[in-house]
Design a protein around this ligand. Structure first.
Ligand SMILES: [Zn+2]
Length: 451
């Protein structure tokens, strides 16, 4: 889950800037030049193996121990567009309307400049939005959507519109980039791109979210707690972003959604909690969660700079000590730390000390950097994002300077607010029910059923 939003953001490989691209001949010359230098150095006996500036994790977690809020980076993760700027007047808590069925969510899948790969093995309907133009295709064979002046071309059909929807007939699936979707696929056209969105009800959405945020072989009561937290957050986003093109992205920016086969344990956890959400004073809120708290959770004000949600108090956990991320270490050279911070837009000189400020558990946690000529205070969320969230795994850390390096030791994995997922697993293993788990981590909240 996200940081613009509450949930955690995965570090991503930075895409090369266009200005960094070199021509083939320039590149070849560079390679030859580099090889020549290496040969000269080798003969002079000066070649040393490069040292990694960042120490590898002391004990890499096994696959089963991967923190659920942090699935490993995908080779080519879809990059959502810049998040929409939310108007400041949006309410922090939203009292839901009366619902008699699960709301339909709009989930961003991709944003492409040329041709999203779309196909349907069986009959499907294409409908122009808004309008009443509708066409039935017997099938779409690897039909690509192309931007054309005034519309979208889908296979051999041209639609004059800025938006259209593709829906498979019952039992069928529309495939986008190799994945099959049971919901409706919506294409939004802008001047230089096509945005692909899937529209589906929240219960169906959760089938492919809970398994992305928590391993399917974890105890049933932990999976149910996860389903309720994810449902609460999704419906809150749906209501808060009604004026935008989509409600959530499908990435860790919001909640990880990946269409595919659903494990029975996940389907049971979602079905057993159908319509169940967390409420504070009758309203929905973003039900933050994270991998491992490292001993105690924190207020959203402290962990995320969101004091409006400080009714979620920090609570002692004690159930996540078996997480491989309960403690962590990282080492960065001064040069690397400074370079990462500057790349993220912070002004720093030669850093001499790094510390975490803040004794008030309800105020935003800040990182203080002391450097030659000045000092800088950076919100913990921004510091982790700049240095790398897989490197600085949580906001609870100490740092000491040693021989030109900065050695970090910390506890936990993730922002630290709301439910500790490893703690939920521990509580479930200890026999606690999902409602008990939720009431432990979401103090001052109630559990309600929306539909
Ligand atoms: Zn914990």
């Amino acid at each position: 889950m996200l940081n613009r939003r509450p949930l955690e953001v995965m570090p991503r490989e930075r895409a090369p800037r266009s200005g960094e691209a070199r021509s083939c001949s320039q590149f070849t010359l560079c390679i030859l030049h580099f090889a020549l230098c290496i040969l000269i150095l080798a003969f002079a006996g000066c070649v040393h193996p490069p040292e990694s500036a960042v120490a590898p994790p002391a004990a890499p977690p096994s696959e089963a121990e991967q923190p659920p809020a942090f699935p490993p980076p995908q080779p080519t993760p879809p990059m959502p567009p810049a998040p929409p700027a939310l108007p400041p007047a949006l309410p922090a808590i939203i009292v839901p309307p009366k619902l008699d069925r699960p709301p339909m969510l709009r989930v961003w899948l991709s944003d492409v400049s040329a041709a999203p790969e779309i196909s349907c093995a069986g009959p499907c309907r294409v409908k122009v939005i808004p309008g009443d133009q509708e066409k039935r295709h017997a099938k779409l064979m690897a039909a690509n959507a192309f931007l054309v002046p005034g519309g979208i071309r889908l296979g051999d059909a041209m639609y004059k519109c800025s938006s259209l929807e593709i829906e498979a007939e019952p039992g069928g699936q529309v495939r986008v980039a190799g994945r099959g979707y049971s919901g409706t696929i919506r294409l939004l056209r802008s001047t230089d791109r096509v945005t692909v969105i899937v529209v589906l009800d929240v219960e169906r959405y959760l089938l492919n979210v809970v398994g992305g945020e928590m391993p399917a072989d974890w105890p049933a009561e932990a999976l149910k707690a996860q389903a309720v937290a994810a449902r609460t957050l999704a419906i809150f986003d749906h209501l808060q972003r009604a004026a935008f093109e989509y409600d959530l992205t499908s990435t860790v920016e919001d909640q990880v959604y990946a269409a595919g086969k659903v494990k029975p344990s996940i389907a049971e956890a979602v079905a057993d909690t159908t319509g169940v959400v967390l409420l504070h004073e009758g309203g929905l809120f973003p039900a933050f969660y994270h991998s491992t708290c490292g001993g105690e959770t924190e207020t959203p004000g402290e962990a995320l700079g969101k004091p409006e949600y400080n009714f979620l108090e920090g609570v002692p956990c004690g159930f996540c000590t078996d997480s491989s991320h309960y403690q962590w270490r990282a080492t960065l050279s001064a040069a690397e730390l400074e370079s990462k911070l500057r790349a993220a837009g912070f002004t720093v000189g030669a850093i001499t000390a790094v510390s975490v400020e803040g004794s008030d558990s309800r105020a935003e946690r800040l990182v203080k950097l002391v450097w030659a000529g000045g000092r800088t205070l950076i919100p913990i969320v921004d510091f982790r994002r700049a240095v790398g969230q897989m490197v600085i795994q949580s906001g609870k850390f100490e740092c000491r300077a040693e021989g030109g390096d900065f050695r970090f030791t910390g506890r936990g994995f993730g922002h630290g607010a709301g439910m500790c997922q490893y703690g939920a697993r521990g509580m479930a293993r200890a026999g606690r029910l999902y409602r008990e788990i939720l009431m432990h981590y979401y103090r001052n909240c109630a559990i309600g059923k929306l539909y």
